[in-house]
Design a protein around this ligand. Structure first.
Ligand code: C5P
Length: 402
């Protein structure tokens, strides 16, 4: 059981924080809700008290004998502010202590997660962005808002991520507390996810079964550790991972260009994507007609090896500047072949995972052996893709903070 403070700002998305609170309570945590005064216009104190089983106050003048403006922050294991309004971010960045929530933010020495929600213009305003940058520089995790429908008829970035996604980030942050080396605060993590498609004509392609679930699990795990996360996603139909920037691509060559453009400055690069090794030499501009007979043989040409290119560029730009992690999905496991692949790719870690038998593509679970370029090998037994991502990030983070 952890002691969690749920700060609630005065935004319409306050109703979603009720669901987040319920999940935190069901996970066994003690949750103290601290709304701002205006937040109570959206969801009233009785709702928060009933769902949390704890008293609710917004000012520093209630139960003064317990010195709540200091004690609550000091005793917390985690503070989650959802929704964090533009005003609340500004007050937090300025270090103000004008109500119980901002006073608590000043006394808390535990991880703090802000989940902003506001209209796109307010989110994109340089003042808000500067406040977010200040909070991140101080070690807070600021989860980028999701894009989509806002309160009125408008849409754009500014939505509060779904409560389930915020709960996952909170849980992972709490579990990484036991291992501070796992923190990736203000580090940059670049992840490829999904499966590339190589077009034969406007309606047909050569592709694979990768869904992007393992890559998105890495994104969640890295966001929970405080990293700035970018995902290059090939044909992924999952909701964007909360707090990560997603760059959609279709083909291997598009992924190659996007990954190479994003890689400089990344501390960790994880290639989970299933990349087509070959693509058709030609793509028909018009749909290939059945009457024309099968377009056989389809002539193929090799795609760039993105992982090998990333590793090679990294090697040229200095030692250990960046940790590069590759994946090798295999239907049979030959340790020598896996070691040879690790050497061929030139990456630091190769996560060798079996596909088939309820594991790998499209499934919830994964298991793997992580081979290190230093000769190490670590077995990660069958577990969820989120848990596997967390274990691999621990190994990568240990390289950054030896
Ligand atoms: O050679 P193989 O496809 O088994 O290697 C798998 C690893 O290499 C994965 O990390 C995958 O993302 C990456 N890869 C790549 N570019 C390719 C093929 C694979 O980056 N063209």
């Amino acid at each position: 059981m952890s002691r969690v403070i749920l700060g609630v700002g005065a935004g319409i998305a306050a109703y979603k924080a009720c669901e987040l609170l319920r999940r935190l309570r069901e996970a066994g945590h003690q949750v103290r809700v601290i709304p701002t005064g205006d937040a109570l216009r959206f969801v009233g104190a009785p709702t928060w008290e009933a769902l949390s089983g704890e008293p609710v106050a917004t000012d520093v003048w209630t139960s003064v004998e317990e010195v709540p403006h200091v004690r609550l922050g000091q005793g917390a294991d985690l503070v989650v502010v959802a929704p964090a309004t533009a005003d609340l971010l500004a007050r937090a960045a300025a270090g103000m202590a004008s109500d119980l929530l901002t006073a608590t933010l000043l006394t808390a020495r535990c991880p703090v997660i802000f989940a902003p929600a506001m209209h796109t213009e307010m989110w994109e305003h340089p003042a808000t962005q500067a406040n977010v940058a200040t909070l991140r520089a101080r070690g807070a995790i600021v989860v980028d808002p999701a894009a989509g429908r806002l309160t009125g008829s408008d849409s754009g970035p500014g939505r509060l991520p779904e409560p389930a996604a915020l709960f996952e980030i909170a849980e992972q942050t709490l579990s990484s507390l036991t291992d501070r080396a796992g923190s990736l605060a203000s580090r940059r993590v670049l992840i490829s996810a999904g499966g590339t498609r190589e077009e034969l004509d406007p309606v047909r392609f050569l592709g694979n079964w990768s869904t992007g679930r393992q890559g998105y699990a890495f994104a969640r795990a890295a966001v929970a550790r405080g990293a700035e996360v970018t995902v290059v996603a090939a044909n992924v139909e999952l909701p964007d991972p909360a707090g990560a920037k997603v760059i959609p691509v279709v083909s291997a060559r598009e992924m190659h260009a996007a990954m190479l453009a994003e890689a400089p400055g990344a501390d960790i690069v994880v290639m989970t994507a299933a990349v087509a090794d070959y693509r058709p030499v030609t793509r028909s501009e018009r749909k290939i007609k059945k009457e024309a007979g099968p377009p056989s043989p389809v002539e193929l040409t090799e795609n760039p090896d993105i992982l090998a290119d990333l590793a090679a560029r990294r090697a040229q730009s200095g030692p250990a500047a960046q940790v590069v992690v590759g994946f090798a999905a295999e239907t049979d496991t030959d340790p020598d072949a896996a070691r040879a692949k690790l050497a061929r790719k030139g990456c630091d870690f190769l996560v060798v995972n079996q596909v088939g038998n309820g594991l790998g593509f499209g499934t919830g679970d994964n298991e793997a052996v992580v081979l290190g370029a230093d000769g190490s090998s670590a077995v990660i037994g069958r577990r969820s893709k989120d848990a596997l991502a967390a274990a691999v990030l621990d190994l990568a983070a240990a390289r950054i903070f030896p």
